[in-house]
Design a protein around this ligand. Structure first.
Ligand SMILES: [Fe+2]
Length: 249
């Protein structure tokens, strides 16, 4: 593992944004990568995880992947090269969510508090979703991009809109505060993600929306802990103001 492996991911992802992404919001992601590049050229050091421990489901899935999948073969190969060096972790841990969901959502940060590059300016990494996962409607301040480098992902923005499919090699951008859900079908899916403050904020809760038995909706507050895990810290009713600001139309 050397700086080159990581730098390749960063610069090839920047190229991907430049060449393949036609949404103007891409500039927010590029700006963050560029700001890191300045660090990269001076004193950036890459941390080695103390103990490399790739979860079995990730190991098995990536070992069967063809390195030349999709159009962005160089990028995909670079992302696969970092898989063994990431400190993989289960994002959500709580008795209040189904274990098949919590065990099926795993992340490894390339950039972030747990990343190979330590940063609290933005997050970038790999996100693994098992097959037949439904990550329910949720919203967060950061602006998010998902590049699907293997598998397919179904995304829904808002409660009423039809979901759409993001195929291998394609991407989706979720605006700040937009309520959205993720679903996988019979195959797992692996993504490269970036979370940046964009025109919003980087930090703040991840709110999960939940319909109550009486037909009303609540949102449950998950807050990122200093070690990047998320924990439930409260819940509240959905008000008209909250709904208006969530892209739920
Ligand atoms: Fe999200």
């Amino acid at each position: 593992m050397n700086n080159n492996t990581v730098n390749k991911c960063l610069s090839l992802f920047e190229d991907f944004l430049t060449d393949k992404v036609d949404n103007h919001l891409k500039e927010y992601f590029k700006d963050e990568l560029k700001s890191l590049e300045r660090v990269k050229n001076t004193a950036m050091s890459i941390s080695q995880p103390k103990k490399i421990n790739i979860p079995e489901i990730v190991k098995e899935y990536v070992s069967n992947l063809d390195r030349s999948i999709g159009d962005s073969t160089e990028l995909n190969a670079a992302l696969l090269d970092v898989v063994p060096f990431l400190e993989w972790y289960q994002i959500f841990e709580s008795k209040e969510i189904d274990p098949s969901l919590s065990k099926g959502l795993l992340a490894g940060q390339i950039v972030g508090k747990r990343g190979l590059i330590k940063s609290d300016k933005f997050y970038m990494g790999l996100f693994f979703l098992s097959q037949e996962i439904h990550y329910p409607l949720h919203q967060h301040n950061p602006l998010e991009i998902y590049y699907v480098f293997s598998g397919t992902l179904q995304i829904q923005h808002g409660r009423q809109k039809l979901p759409f499919i993001v195929e291998t090699g394609d991407y989706s951008i979720t605006p700040c505060n937009q309520v959205h859900s993720l679903t996988t079908k019979e195959e797992p899916c692996i993504l490269c993600y970036m979370w940046v403050k964009g025109y919003g904020k980087l930090h703040g809760p991840n709110w999960w929306w939940k319909e109550q038995k009486n037909g009303t909706w609540k949102r449950v507050c998950w807050e990122r802990q200093p070690d990047s895990y998320w924990k439930i810290t409260g819940s509240e009713e959905l008000t008209d103001d909250i709904i208006d600001l969530s892209g739920d139309s």
